[in-house]
Design a protein around this ligand. Sequence first.
Ligand code: BES
Ligand code: MN
Ligand code: ZN
Length: 485
Amino acid sequence: MNFRLVCTTVFSQRVPALILFCHEKERPAVPIPFRNLLDRLPRKEFNGADKQLLLLHSGASHLLLAGLGKRGGVTPEKIRRATGAAVKRLGSIGITQAAVQLGMDQLVPTVEAAILASYQFLKFKAPSDNHTALKSLTLCLPKDADLAVAKALLARARVIAESANYARAIGNLPANLVYPEVLADHARSLAEECHLACTVLDKPALESAGFGGLLAVGSGSARDPRLIALAYNPEPRTENREPIALVGKALTFDSGGISIKPADKMDEMKFDKCGGLAVLGAMRAIATLRLPLHVIGVIAAAENMPSATSYRPGDIVTSYKGNNKRAVTIEVLNTDAEGRVVLGDALTYARERNPQAIIDLATLTGACVVALGPFAAGVLGNDEQLQQQLRAAGERTGERLWPLPLWQEYKDKIKSDVADIKNTGGRDGGASTAAAFLAKFVGDTPWAHLDIAGTAWTTEEHPYLGKGATGFGVRLLLDALQHWK
Ligand code: BES
Ligand code: MN
Ligand code: ZN
């Protein structure tokens, strides 16, 4: 998508469509042909209320009015929604060029939403006649706007939104095309492009290092698991500052394994890799923007399948020991609670790098979807301040987080008779018992766990995202790192 920055009114632009944000009960100032159309329109049809969209045309030129509600109540999320709706609408009538009138504070959410809304997963679908994506958007700022500042904001927003789309593009690929080895290839090419360090542990390497959790979960599949590690450390070296570790669950497919899932919606488990992709997308943006932070990304990639070689309920698995005194042993009670088992190894690997903080992202539990729906990811952890920082980033980016408890009672629920812990604590409080399991692997390192099971993909059209992978986490993480304390 191309952007052009200008400091002039949108009505001076010669493009097929002009977008104008409107406020509730305020008459928008528009030139004559549109003025006449608007005056003839019943008030009810458009008054600038939130979520309203009105398309007018006069000859070949279109004017798209997008309501933001009351002037005092405008938020970045409302701007993203309005822009998303506008961009999708123009796409649906085959318009590829538009201009939008903006205040400086509207620039970033508009750019983000325009990029996010114009992404579609059409790799395997014949193009439909009329529909195209918007290709170019002219951003019309006030006459006195600082163009240099605007340019910097645009560049940054663009990298972040494109990184979210990068995560979505891989996230949407099905499990016959993307398996752990393919994810590792994507990580390697990304590392090359963005000058990141990249380490991939394949099955023999995982075996000799003792990654018992990742190997157990991957053992039923013809596609071997991988541990993927990326590192970003900018010049001048901040090596003395410990890294921030981003850890992601990447189940390229989760059938449930021997504890197999019902057929209904099992296809959606191709999205069980989205935590890992959020990490990959975030690393892309971090490196491209050259953030002044030391960050590592650790992705546990496996496919969970039922077969003669699968791990079974009742198995006792020894997780990766790293530099711990003892490895944590796991009694497997349900092979479908596999995410926590692979994450145990990945968290230990991250912790071995002595991080100042760990943030993990995982499509971990159906219980979290039941609790919060698609409107927020769950956040749990051992550090109140880190969780607060992430929640603030969530409010700013529209990738909202909501806290769930991690009390001792949940930790008691995963005590096992035969191993250190068991991999399920029953149905009740499922998101919290899953996090209690992860807590076993982070010790006292400040840690936050984001359960993105309800937000990583969408089966319904969203105001600025299409169906499929959402890229949830990329914008959130970048915002949190930009405000890192
Ligand atoms: N990947 C799933 C969680 C999931 C379920 C994400 C539905 C999105 C939608 C995870 O591996 C899983 O199967 N969790 C089980 C755990 C249970 C067996 C303790 C669950 O939530 O049902
Ligand atoms: Mn599962
Ligand atoms: Zn899973």
